[in-house]
Design a protein around this ligand. Structure first.
Ligand code: IPD
Ligand code: CA
Ligand code: CA
Length: 311
C-alpha cells in the first residue's frame, strides 16, 4: 500500500499498489427475495439497485484512475482536516450523470454538489438518489484501502436500495428493502456476539475539534466496557462491516445522509438494529448499529455518556 511521502507532497500521492480490483466484474445483482414490486411508474427497488451498482462501479473505477494519477487536493470543507479532492468532485459528477441521464424526474443529493433541482424545483418527484462519491477521503488520500462509493435510492422519502463499493478492493455490498443484505452473493447476518464486554465496536469522529473532544470523552467511557475499538475511517464501510459481522457494533455522532443511507439499509437488512438514542431514528445526532444481543447495553452506555450531546 502506498503512503503519502510527507505532509508537503500530499497533493501528489503515489498510486496505491495493493488491492486494486482487476477481476472481471460480475453482472449487477438481480432482485433479492421479498422485495417490493414496482408501482405507479416508479422503478422497482431492484431496478434502482441495478442502476446504483452500475454507477458505483464506474465511479469506483474513476476514483482508482485518479488515485493512480495522483490525488489533487483542492481544499478543505468543514475544517482544515476535512479534505476535498478533484476525485471527489469528478466521481460525483460522473455518478450524477449516470443516474440522472434519461431520468430527469429524479432528484439527487450529493455530498459535493448538494441537492439537485429539476428545471422546476417545485415539481413533484418520487425517486431521490443519495451519493457519497468517496466516503473515507482521508484514507483515499493516504492510500489506506478503506474508501468507498456509496449510493442509495429513496422512494417517497424511504431508502429502498443501496450499494457500497470499496474503491481499492472492489468489494461490494448491496441491499434492497425487504430483500436482505449481500456481499458478492453471500447473504449477511451480522454478528452473534453474546455481550457488550466482548464486543468489537467501530466508531468514527467528526472533523471539528470541539466535537472530537466530546467524542474522545465518550470513547474514554466506552473503551473499558468493550473488547476493543476500531476506527477505520469510512462510515459506509463501518456499517457494511457490522452487516458482515467483521465488527460487532458501530456508533457515531455527526453522520450526514450520504454517509448513512446505503450502509444503514445494508446493516438493517443484515438484521442489525440501526437506531438513534432514546427512540430517535438514526441521524446526525447518533447512528447506532448493533445486533439485538448488545444493542440495549450499548445504547444505555451511550446515553449515560451523553454520546449524542455536546457540539
Ligand atoms: C467521513 C468518514 C468518516 C466518518 C466521518 C465522515 P468523508 O466521510 O465516513 O469515517 O467518521 O464522520 O464524515 O468525509 O470521508 O466522506
Ligand atoms: Ca462520508
Ligand atoms: Ca465523501
Amino acid at each position: 500500500m502506498a503512503q503519502a511521502d510527507t505532509q508537503s507532497d500530499r497533493g501528489v500521492v503515489r498510486p496505491a499498489e495493493s488491492g486494486s480490483a482487476s477481476a472481471p466484474e460480475p453482472p449487477a445483482p438481480l432482485a433479492g427475495p421479498g422485495a417490493a414490486p414496482a408501482s405507479r411508474g416508479v422503478p422497482s427497488p431492484e431496478e434502482l439497485l441495478a442502476r446504483a451498482v452500475a454507477a458505483a462501479r464506474e465511479g469506483a473505477a474513476l476514483a482508482r484512475q485518479y488515485r493512480a494519477n495522483g490525488v489533487g487536493i483542492i481544499g478543505s470543507k468543514s475544517s482544515h482536516t476535512d479534505l476535498v479532492t478533484a476525485a471527489d468532485r469528478a466521481v460525483e459528477a460522473l455518478i450524477t450523470r449516470l443516474l440522472l441521464e434519461g431520468h430527469p424526474e429524479d432528484r439527487l443529493l450529493g455530498e459535493e454538489s448538494g441537492e439537485s433541482a429539476a428545471d422546476d424545483p417545485n415539481a413533484p418527484y418520487r425517486v431521490r438518489w443519495i451519493v457519497d462519491p468517496i466516503d473515507g477521503t482521508v484514507n483515499y488520500v493516504y492510500g489506506l484501502p478503506e474508501a468507498a462509493v456509496s449510493i442509495a435510492a429513496e422512494v417517497d422519502g424511504q431508502v429502498v436500495a443501496g450499494v457500497v463499493r470499496n474503491v481499492f478492493t472492489g468489494a461490494e455490498w448491496t441491499a434492497v428493502r425487504g430483500g436482505g443484505a449481500w456481499r458478492d452473493g453471500v447473504r449477511l447476518t451480522g454478528s452473534r456476539v453474546a455481550s457488550l464486554d466482548v464486543a468489537l465496536v467501530a466508531t468514527g469522529f467528526g472533523y471539528e475539534a470541539a466535537r472530537r473532544a466530546h467524542q474522545a470523552e465518550v470513547l474514554r467511557g466506552v473503551l473499558p466496557r468493550v473488547r476493543d475499538i476500531r476506527r477505520m475511517g469510512a462510515a459506509s464501510l463501518d456499517l457494511c462491516a457490522v452487516a458482515e459481522g467483521r465488527v460487532d457494533a458501530y456508533y457515531e455522532k455527526g453522520l450526514n445522509a450520504w454517509d448513512l443511507a446505503a450502509g444503514g439499509l445494508i446493516a438493517q437488512e443484515a438484521g442489525l438494529l440501526v437506531t438513534g438514542l432514546r427512540g430517535a431514528p438514526p441521524g446526525p445526532a447518533m447512528v447506532l448499529a448493533a445486533p439485538p444481543s448488545v444493542h440495549g447495553a450499548l445504547h444505555d452506555l451511550l446515553v449515560e455518556l451523553d454520546a449524542d450531546g455536546g457540539p
